[in-house]
Design a protein around this ligand. Structure first.
Ligand SMILES: *Cc1c(COP(=O)(O)O)cnc(C)c1O
Length: 574
């Protein structure tokens, strides 16, 4: 089956892409989503190439002391050991200097061998000034000047690198606004030598036809904004004139999200609810929804892979077959989960020197440590946890997550969890694993009995870790925000916190967590283990079969990349 009109390529731009645990080029959910997207594009043989930055110093390695104080160290890795050097070179202009850009290739290979090449841009070249060489070092490091220069390398350097590589690109997918400056290259090529003031609506429309934009952040502060003075200093007056001619600026500001909205023909949020929230933030632009997913082969633990291979072997090629997990005997679900849990217990013992009890109900919570995610909500009333543990049944909790080096609120959360852990030491075992990244994430989402998510509404655009848990038969207990509004069937795929009112109340949400654990979840787990296993199985059949990037990429193909080719596609498929 062919997925596109002949000879068209989609270039997928993302500031972070999680490619491999040995390639630390991501910080969290956005990068994991980007990696999962490209892995599924490769599985489906969709003609995609990825563009990102090399991030020589990575995001950072997290260390925590006994009180939970976070310190950060650059990640040591050797690009030349993990990536293929590429001969092509290009340049970008920064503050009047010509900055040389090279690229490294990481081939993402799909289930049937199709390759999606990912090019990581790098300015560490002897021809560049010492400062310019650092531009591709730190992911989300430095000040807004550094960030803008990085976005010039990503957007403009990326677009011109594709030309240098002879990749005929028809569609540019901006995964978040960081790469919006690629539109400057497209506008410039559209001018074919004419002056910026000669840009007309036909030119703008021609650029719009090439661009697809996915927004991920319902927090206004999460959208990059740069003062035009700074932008003028970095890219020059002529380029700013071009941005202005394309209506990409707002008075004295360049807002990357606004720029992307104006120059994309298709814009989407990452869950149905997030579309609504984004639509009210940007009422002048039609916004669609394509709900996120996760790459099933990456996030399914070895014991469940084995079980699915035996019972529904088609699942590897076609994730829809996970729907038939509802027919797998409960005993086999329980046995696979027990193996995944034993693996997590072993890993926590190795990393934290803490002995978790494999027979004890285990809650997992891990994601970026930042205030709106409320990682410490479970400890709002620690006496309730003690009460539940002694009257209904024992429980233990595993945490993980990095705080951005400048996020003091996030760092405070980690300290509070450590303090709570110390105060509960004799009744509830609480561990915080350091340096949350893909490998430990995969073990956690598969090895716990319940995945907890309690962000402040409506700030979770989608959330994806609960989808990873679902693939492994781990139900969620979550506020009704992001993907969980779509994936939640009470008592069937998991449980909700706090109903559907638009705003969550801190103490109400905490009380509801305690109530659900005390009256519903723990009694089920300890009293009716096969009924609990039924919820686990439904999480796979109902949610694993849908919240995967295979379904998601197919939606991007049909709705965003090649909407006009859709009828032809249907013909090919039938
Ligand atoms: C999946 C994942 C995330 C995203 O988790 P959310 O629940 O979407 O916040 C962050 N970091 C890592 C390492 C992950 O694997």
């Amino acid at each position: 089956m062919s997925f596109s009109p002949s000879n068209t390529t989609v270039a997928y731009f993302s500031m972070e892409i999680a490619l491999d645990s040995a390639v630390p080029t991501y910080s969290g959910g956005l990068g994991v989503l980007a990696g999962d997207t490209l892995r599924s594009a490769a599985d489906l043989s969709v003609p995609v190439v990825g563009i990102s930055l090399l991030h020589r110093k990575g995001y950072f390695e997290q260390h925590l002391d006994a009180q939970g104080n976070q310190s950060e160290a650059p990640v040591q890795w050797k690009p030349e050991d993990e990536l293929e050097p590429v001969d092509a070179r290009t340049t970008v202009m920064i503050e009047g200097r010509t900055v040389q850009v090279r690229a490294w290739k990481y081939p993402v290979r799909g289930v049937s061998g199709h390759e999606v090449p990912v090019y990581l841009l790098d300015t560490q070249l002897p021809e560049n000034s010492e400062w310019d060489r650092t531009l591709t070092d730190y992911l989300y490091g430095g000040d807004s000047h550094y960030r803008l220069c990085q976005e010039v390398v990503l957007g403009m350097g990326g677009a011109s690198m594709l030309r240098a590589l002879n990749v005929p690109t028809d569609i540019y997918h901006l995964n978040e606004g960081h790469s919006a400056l690629l539109t400057l290259c497209l506008l410039d090529w559209q001018l074919e030598g004419r002056k910026p003031f000669e840009l007309d609506e036909t030119d703008i429309e021609a650029v719009r036809r090439k661009c697809v934009f996915t927004t991920h952040t319902p927090v206004p502060a999460g959208h990059d904004k740069f003062p035009l003075d700074l932008v003028r200093r970095v890219i020059g007056a002529e380029q700013v004139t071009l941005l202005e001619a394309a209506h990409c600026t707002d008075g004295g500001t360049l807002n990357m999200t606004h720029c992307a909205l104006r120059l994309a023909r298709f814009v989407n949020g990452v869950a149905m609810k997030h579309r609504e929230v984004s639509q009210s933030m940007f009422p002048n632009f039609p916004i669609d929804a394509i709900t996120n997913g996760v790459h099933a082969l990456t996030w399914t633990s070895p014991p469940f892979k084995e079980l699915f291979d035996e019972r529904i072997p088609e699942w590897r090629m076609d994730n829809l077959y996970l729907r038939y997990a509802v027919g797998i005997p409960l005993q086999e679900i329980r046995a696979a989960h027990a193996k995944a849990k034993a693996e997590l217990v072993k890993e926590v013992a190795r990393r934290n020197d803490v002995a978790l009890d494999p027979k004890v109900f285990t809650i997992g919570f891990a994601r970026r440590a930042t205030p709106y995610k409320r990682a410490d909500l479970l400890f709002a009333r620690p006496e309730r946890l003690i009460e539940i543990a002694s009257s209904v049944g024992p429980l233990q909790i595993v945490f993980g997550g990095k705080a951005h080096p400048n996020d003091n609120g996030g760092k405070e959360l980690i300290r509070r969890i450590h303090a709570a852990a110390a105060s509960l030491a004799n009744t509830v075992t609480v561990v915080y694993v350091e340096n949350y990244e893909m490998e430990i994430a995969a073990r956690m989402v598969a090895g716990v009995d319940l995945w907890l998510n309690n962000p402040m509404k409506p700030l979770e655009a989608s959330g994806t870790s609960g989808m990873k848990a679902a693939l492994n038969g781990v139900p969620s207990l979550s506020v009704l925000d992001g993907w969980w509004i779509e994936g939640h069937v009470e008592g069937v795929t998991g449980w909700s916190i706090g109903g559907s009112d638009p705003e969550g109340d801190q103490s109400k949400d905490a009380n509801e967590i305690y109530l659900k654990l005390e009256r519903v979840i723990l009694p089920l787990y300890y009293g009716l283990p096969f009924a609990y296993a039924e919820v686990m199985r439904s999480a796979i059949g109902i949610n694993g079969s849908f919240f995967n990037t295979q379904r998601m990429v197919e939606q991007y193909v049909r709705n965003a990349y090649f909407p006009d080719a859709a009828p032809a596609l249907v013909e090919v498929a039938s």
